[in-house]
Design a protein around this ligand. Structure first.
Ligand SMILES: Nc1nc2c(c(=O)[nH]1)N[C@H]1C(S)=C(S)[C@@H](COP(=O)(O)O)O[C@H]1N2
Ligand SMILES: [Mo]
Length: 410
């Protein structure tokens, strides 16, 4: 879908015709309108406030913003470089004093409602670095293109989250033995602004919900979670499609069946059970589709930037990160000769389970000319990234093909 309103383009051009189209009617006193003025009706909250200027805007209703890969060079991703994926509209008013989290559902023994103060006081606090990668990260690589944001590879971050374990809260309310799944509910508005509709309400099997790293968090990198990343409370689950990490969290239901909220239906965050011909219209039933769980092994080169010009024969440092969903990465290799030979890189252990791992290496470009650096990670089970785009699927999920950058030796 074409953007309904491109803020950056708008500010540059700001033609009256464009404004009128966006508003759906003529502006009566248009001749009095200051240049570059954004009419109130169009002035939604700006997700780009506090973001690096290099961030790439996919759309602004809902807001979808990604990071170019060289921006992800930090060991812990700073807020200004974190991608944003919204399915709806950021809650209009957030009343932090009266914010509560309710735990309910068929499989809860004693449903309870907690204030933020209750959560902070009653449960032990934990901090983890967690990789949150959109299930559709890399979607632009699929042919034919599928619906959904045409992400490059920058819809991923690894930030440090602080909160309490969902496990401890579930222990407090008591979970019945028939519990199968949890589902989250957030306070963001559906794009239609219909309060009866939810923008997204996903979840995970109870086993994943009970992992130590599954947090109900109120802090991101040591500060309150920013508005666009789920202020004041967020479910954070590393290693799975980031769509299971519910922002603006106000309720978690413990379900006696697979959660059936918004974006759990159709082919949302699902893969065909067996490979399909690219472009196939697969029936969206459980017989043909399975819900995506752990994300696949992946790596990025965050330094140098693609297109960099390097002096011939001098040693250059190369670095990036690698991650593998629920698993750890055991090896990262790079190639400068289109995959003919591979050079093993230094790989660090993760700060904690479900955090990304940093890799680095040095190399020399022997003679003047064009080179590509390819990076390939292998997970603890021995599964490596594919060199080519992996199996096409109707939702355009899980493109974990090896990343490549261009370098010029001069
Ligand atoms: N309430 C709510 N939670 C949400 C979403 C949303 O639209 N609303 N988007 C999900 C998706 S699809 C992704 S990829 C991540 C993005 O997290 P971020 O915007 O903090 O990077 O949030 C998830 N949690
Ligand atoms: Mo996502």
């Amino acid at each position: 879908m074409k953007l309904s309103f491109d803020r950056r383009g708008f500010l540059k051009k700001s033609s009256l015709a464009a404004i009128a189209t966006a508003l759906g009617t003529e502006i009566v006193f248009a001749d009095k309108l200051p240049k570059r003025y954004i009419p109130v009706l169009l002035d939604e909250k700006d997700a780009l406030k506090g973001k690096a200027t290099e961030m790439i805007v996919q759309g602004d209703r809902p807001w979808n913003v990604e990071a170019p890969l060289d921006l992800l060079d930090d060991r812990i991703t700073p807020v200004e470089k974190m991608f944003i994926r919204n399915n709806g509209l950021v809650p209009e008013k957030i009343d932090i004093k009266n914010w509560t989290l309710t735990i309910d559902g068929e499989s809860v023994k004693n449903p309870k409602t907690y204030t933020l103060a209750d959560l902070k006081k009653r449960f032990k606090q934990h901090t983890y670095q967690l990789v949150l990668e959109c299930g559709g990260n890399g979607r632009s690589g699929f042919q034919p293109q599928t619906s959904g944001n045409a992400w490059g590879q920058g819809a991923v971050h690894c930030a440090e989250w602080t909160g309490v374990r969902l496990k401890d809260i579930l222990n407090d309310v008591g979970v019945k033995s028939d519990a199968v799944y949890i589902g989250y509910h957030g306070s963001d508005l559906h794009l239609s602004k219909d309060p009866k509709k939810e923008a997204i309400s996903r979840g995970v099997p109870i086993k994943k919900a009970l992992e130590e790293e599954t947090l109900i968090a109120w802090q991101l990198n040591g500060k309150d979670i920013p508005e666009f990343h789920g202020y004041p409370l967020r479910l954070v689950i590393g290693g799975w499609p980031a769509s299971v990490s519910g922002k603006w969290l106000n309720r978690i239901s413990v379900r006696n069946k697979v959660h059936d909220g918004a974006k759990m239906e159709g082919h949302s965050y699902k893969l065909p059970k067996s490979p399909v011909q690219p472009g196939t219209d697969v029936p969206t039933t459980d017989e043909y589709f399975r819900i995506i769980e752990s994300m696949p092994v992946k790596s990025v080169i965050t330094y140098p930037k693609t297109g960099a010009i390097i002096p011939t024969g001098t040693e250059i440092a190369l670095r990036g990160h690698a991650w593998a969903g629920d698993f750890s990465v055991k090896q990262v290799d790079v190639s400068v000769d289109f995959g003919a030979t591979w050079q093993n890189c230094t790989l660090e252990a993760p700060a904690n389970r479900l955090a990304w791992q940093h890799w680095n290496t040095k190399l020399k470009l022997p003679v003047k000319g064009y080179y590509e650096v390819w990076v390939r990670a292998t997970d603890e089970k021995g599964v490596a990234q594919p060199m080519v785009i992996p199996a096409w699927n109707p939702g355009g999920y899980l493109n974990n093909a090896c990343e490549r950058i261009a370098l010029m030796a001069e």
